[in-house]
Design a protein. Structure first.
Length: 123
């Protein structure tokens, strides 16, 4: 697994939102989707409120590659499914970063959302 350099990890992890474009089968990028991003254990994670049924999540599954932009950083990435053992740390990161949005943050902490946790790896 490729690791983020400290500067990019810090900038992306501190950004309020991230724009994610997944790569289609033909190699073109889909339209960007804006979402929350968290950093936990030196890795970056995103989740779909709709779980694996979310349209942007399904788009990541065709090639498992795409591009992200956040905190002034644009990077090509690979999408990896997070292991269930990572969910608790990712939950804590969401609560810590977005807890001020009390009624909204709960939507990314459901069992359905957890199953769509993706780790973003730079390529």
């Amino acid at each position: 697994m490729t690791h983020w350099n400290g500067t990019d990890l810090e900038k992306i992890g501190a950004a309020e939102e991230l724009d994610l474009q997944s790569t289609r089968v033909d190699g073109t990028l889909r339209d960007p989707v804006t979402m929350w991003v968290v950093s936990a254990g030196g890795r970056l994670y995103v989740r779909s409120v709709k779980g694996t049924a979310g349209s942007w999540y399904r788009g990541t599954q065709s090639r498992r590659q795409g591009r992200i932009e956040a905190g002034g950083v644009t990077r090509d990435v690979t999408f990896h499914e997070a292991a269930p053992g990572e969910y608790a740390d990712v939950d804590a990161a969401y609560r810590d970063k977005y807890g001020r949005y009390t009624t909204i943050v709960e939507h990314v902490l459901t069992g359905q959302a957890r199953t769509s946790t993706l780790c973003l790896e730079p390529r």
